[in-house]
Ligand binder design. Structure first.
Ligand SMILES: [Zn+2]
Length: 121
């Protein structure tokens, strides 16, 4: 029977193997916006207003301020993939953190009482 430590090590190696497949990444998120231009007589100023767009927009926070970039549909498709890649990466790292926390406890216990580990392997 595999020890808990060996099970964790196997799951951890599987996660690190996934890291090599992560494509390019981007922070931030995509939003779809409709805007008003402010020109008098424009349809976006009518009652009821018919706003411009919808536009794809990439937004991210930089030092507490939101940066935005307007995107075409093909650009938005690229960003969608990059953002998904980043979320996938973050999920892998989060799972690595959980396993590492459990393994740390095991290794710290072993370090505290090395003689209890004689038959472990
Ligand atoms: Zn307008």
């Amino acid at each position: 029977m595999a020890s808990r430590l060996e099970t964790y090590e196997r799951r951890y190696r599987a996660l690190t193997a996934k890291l090599t497949d992560v494509g390019f990444i981007s922070p931030g998120s995509l939003v779809v916006r409709e805007t008003s231009c402010g020109k008098q007589g424009c349809r976006c100023q009518a009652d009821p207003p018919r706003r411009h767009g919808p536009y794809h927009q990439w937004s991210r926070a930089v030092a507490g301020k939101t940066q935005s970039r307007r995107l075409t549909e093909p650009e938005a498709d690229l960003y969608r993939q990059w953002i998904a890649n980043r979320r996938h990466l973050e999920q892998i790292v989060s799972d690595m953190e959980k396993i590492s926390a459990a393994v740390r406890e095991i290794l710290l216990r072993q370090a505290a009482s090395p003689n209890s580990n004689i038959n472990a392997k």
